[in-house]
Design a protein. Structure first.
Lengths: 290, 238, 238
């Protein structure tokens, strides 16, 4: 029968078309399904088209033969088919038997004709969607055939802000910042402070060439009247005096802690001082009581 | 020689009215034209109404403008009552330089897009049923990425599968006024090929890309609304 | 009944010629229109010539298009022979949209506002003294923008600094009948906003938002009355 021959031919070309993509012909276990076909329904659709009739008029029986032949051919070439192709083959074999064997009376199962119609419907539906997608893609599409404004003029937006705040926010802000401020900002009154430099200049000026041990306060009398200045003046003067002793410009002595501090102009000539002059001078005060 | 006053004045008054009416009609047309022309994106009728001051016949202006531009190089189009100027399709041959490289969709993606367009709202399982193969994860993601396809909701069936549908961008891209203008829709409907069940059923559904969910759809969860891919759905399959 | 061939054919041939001529003219217009519309930049005459096939009267098309669009909402403009569509200048007002944003005041602004409210009339230096930090120019600008704060006058002290006070809108927005309704020290304490352990010297002033200037204020200069920002004041500081 030429029909069968044609079927075989189609199946062979199908398989070889697939197999060509697998160059290692001698290799077993070539995978067929993936490339080229979108599953068994796709294969069936290709086969159905080969019948060259309106898909509503295809012979499902012939199609079944073709598919089974396709699977057989694939197996002969030892191509490994994915499971769903085999499931379809099994289902089609079942369909074929239902089509060939007369329908049992009062059977619950669908008749071969119903099954065939269902298959035909699925094929038609798939083909319809394929056509639809092609038609869709052939439309004049935005950005390909049809274009929107190339230089759109943006709508300028006036952003007007509506500010929101509650009275509570304002009061909260006021109270918390006033409070924060009243606690953290301790106003320290600016004090009259004698810098070391000040003290040093005054000492040099006043002690001058006074060679007699003189209480340091005497030199500072004028500056110690103001009680606010007193502590600062004393501290700075004492520090400055030590500095001057170290430099060999002053001698200093104190008999005991909290006793009066005496100073006088240095009795040594400048230049014979060592680096530790200050320390020596301090030691000297003990050996040289008033 | 002097005409009686009633004969003289009556037409004059009419003329003034008419002139100002014509003026307003023309002005409305100009405004609609300017607003739509300025924008690259389609403008909805609602937006137009909001932006055009006063109470004017915007619908009439749109219709007149559409007619006016019908034969020109630029045309006034609408999709779902959103209006845009687009170049005439027959002039594409001189405009190819403006074309931006677009990602080519695989055959599987094209088929899936058509199935979603014609069968929406449709679940992944239904798409697979029509195609006869399982849909690879990437296919739906790619379609979602194009902005032509969206996740609509969840079907009220066991497993609550996500339903897919097309977007406004889909209509705009393919130059469809409504989803009912899908090519070949009527024939397919007539042939019962949009029926999700096997032919015996008499129920012939039409694609529905409406914002509102159909009665067998549930809304997506909040987090899913902003998901870019079909990730939620796929996550369960792993 | 049959007309002589010469009478029949001559006009027909003319018509065909004319029609195809008109067709070509219209087609050129359409091409020019579409190209300029789709282009992201103004198109030069040279580019138009390059992209439109054949030998067509592009200059004529441009002139006709310009005339065609003259009274429409969109106009064809050229600058140095580069052509573009622009919406008509008189319609620019509809390309304008107002967006209202609700914004919250920054903490600095709230604090400054509160100080102005309680201590008005108050100068910037005084605000800074109370807050213990310098007040940024932006903060006062924002407050003036809210409409809750105004420049009242100038203090009669060296440098004649601007004095700030609150407005009627301030009372209105915060639901105060008069500025005297701002809670005093005891009320702030009672509301738990002020710690009860604050120093005894702490006091909350009785604010005065009267229109009349206080005796140590001078009026603003005329030009300053309408200034929107604290610009005059700040300009001097830079």
């Amino acid at each position: 029968m030429s029909d069968i021959e044609a079927t075989e031919q189609v199946a062979e070309t199908l398989v070889s078309a697939v197999a060509v993509e697998q160059p290692a012909a001698g290799e077993p276990n070539l995978l067929v399904d993936v490339d080229g076909f979108e599953g068994p329904l796709d294969v069936l659709l290709v086969l159905a088209r080969s019948q060259k009739v309106d898909i509503t008029k295809i012979s499902i029986l012939a199609l079944t033969e073709q598919y089974l032949e396709f699977v057989k051919e694939a197996r002969r070439l030892r191509l490994e088919l994915a499971a769903d192709y085999l499931v379809m083959a099994a289902w089609l074999a079942y369909l074929k038997s239902r089509l060939l064997i007369p329908q049992q009376k009062d059977s619950d199962e669908p008749t071969g004709e119903e099954l065939a119609a269902a298959l035909a419907f699925r094929l038609q539906r798939l083909e319809a969607m394929r056509d639809a997608s092609a038609k869709l893609m052939n439309r004049a599409r935005l950005g390909r055939e049809v274009f929107s404004r190339g230089a759109p003029e943006t709508v300028s937006v006036d952003r007007r802000s509506v500010w929101t705040a509650t009275l509570y926010d304002v009061l909260m802000a006021y109270a918390s910042q006033r409070q924060r401020h009243s606690v953290t900002s301790v106003h320290v009154k600016k004090r009259q402070v004698w810098s070391l430099q000040d003290a040093r200049e005054i000492l040099i000026r006043l002690v001058g060439q006074v060679a007699v041990w003189t209480p340091i306060e005497q030199f500072l009398t004028a500056y110690l009247e103001d009680p606010k200045e007193r502590a600062s003046a004393m501290a700075s003067a004492f520090s400055a005096s030590l500095e001057l002793v170290r430099e060999g410009m002053l001698d200093i002595q104190q008999s005991a802690p909290f006793e009066t501090i005496y100073v006088r102009a240095s009795q040594r000539t400048p230049g014979e001082n060592d680096t530790d002059e200050g320390a020596e001078a301090l030691e000297a005060k003990e050996a040289e009581p008033l | 020689m002097k005409k009686p006053p009633d004969l003289l004045e009556a037409p004059a008054a009419d003329e003034v009215n008419e002139a100002s009416e014509v003026g307003e009609i023309l002005e409305t047309e100009r405004m609609v034209e300017a607003l739509i022309f300025a924008s690259a994106e389609p403008l909805s009728f609602a937006e137009l109404s909001k932006r055009i001051p006063g109470d004017r016949d915007i619908r009439g202006a749109l219709n007149r403008l559409r007619a006016h531009y019908r034969k020109r190089g630029v045309q006034l189009r609408s999709s779902e009552d959103r209006w845009s100027f687009r170049t005439a399709a027959d002039l594409s041959f001189i405009l190819h330089r403006e074309a931006v490289e677009q990602r080519r969709l695989s055959r599987a993606a094209l088929e899936t897009l058509a199935i979603i367009a014609f069968h929406q709202p449709v679940t992944r399982a239904e798409i697979e049923d029509i195609r006869g193969v399982s849909t690879s994860k990437g296919t739906l993601d790619v379609l979602l990425e194009t902005g032509w396809v969206r996740m609509r909701g969840r079907r009220r069936t066991p497993g609550r599968p996500v339903t897919y549908g097309t977007t406004f961008d889909f209509l705009d891209h393919f130059g469809l006024e409504t989803i009912k203008d899908l090519p070949g829709l009527e024939e397919l409907k007539g042939a019962g090929l949009l029926d999700s069940a096997i032919p015996a059923s008499f129920h012939v559904p039409a694609p529905d890309d409406g914002i509102d969910l159909t009665e067998d759809e549930d809304p997506l969860d909040e987090s899913e609304m902003f998901a870019t891919g079909a990730l939620e759905e796929d996550a369960g399959e792993k």
